[in-house]
Design a protein around this ligand. Structure first.
Ligand code: MN
Length: 204
């Protein structure tokens, strides 16, 4: 199967002022599209062509850097776009999911603080994740385009929310101010989608 760049459920300008239109356009049409095209090129004429993206990620450590980087790049951005929204109705966790966050991190604020700290301190390019494992929520980070579904990441569980801290995700608008980018991120997280992801995975 060949992988397709997913359609966004909002326009490039819709996440302003938190993520500017030009960053969205380049991030989606250049970066994400390139990961998608390169993944398709790398798996054509191999037996990986019959696998789902999750199945490819699981064995990516045994494959070339080309496959590892681009399968991660494809999957990570798919998740990133879907957990963002301009709709302020969705940017707070529901009562039920708020309780789940409280159970795992004491409070929503302390969850955001922990996550933000890891994001601020992550050296170089990578991703910060909220993962679910056996109904428990955990925060972790990975380098480059790696993610928790890959083997040996020291990051257990299935990601249900991810933050891209590559400079390409914020440099045009925020330059070196990663902290400002992180605070902006919290204004556009689609918690209804994150909760949906959580509910899919705790059933597995
Ligand atoms: Mn990116």
């Amino acid at each position: 199967m060949s992988f397709k760049l997913p359609k966004l459920s909002y326009l490039y300008k819709d996440l302003e002022p938190y993520i500017d239109r030009k960053t969205m356009d380049i991030h989606y049409n250049k970066h994400h599209a390139t990961y998608t095209n390169n993944l398709n090129k790398a798996i054509s004429n191999t037996n990986l062509i019959n696998l789902s993206i999750e199945e490819i990620l699981k064995i990516a450590h045994t494959e070339s850097p080309m496959i590892r980087n681009n399968s991660g790049g494809f999957y990570n951005h798919n998740l990133f776009w879907e957990i963002l929204t301009p709709n302020t109705k969705y940017t707070h966790p529901s009562g039920e999911f708020h309780e789940i966050i409280k159970k795992n991190f004491n409070s929503f604020d302390s969850f955001k603080e922990n996550f933000s700290k890891i994001a601020a301190n992550h050296f170089g390019s990578g991703w910060i994740w909220l993962c679910v494992k056996e109904e428990k929520l955990t925060i972790c980070s990975t380098e480059n385009q790696n993610n928790p579904l890959m083997y040996g990441m020291g990051c257990e569980g299935i990601p249900i929310l991810g933050l891209d801290v590559w400079e390409h995700a914020y440099y045009l608008q925020y330059q070196n101010r990663r902290l400002d980018y992180i605070s902006s991120f919290w204004k556009i997280v689609n918690w209804i989608k994150v909760e949906e992801n959580y509910k899919i995975y705790i059933k597995k």
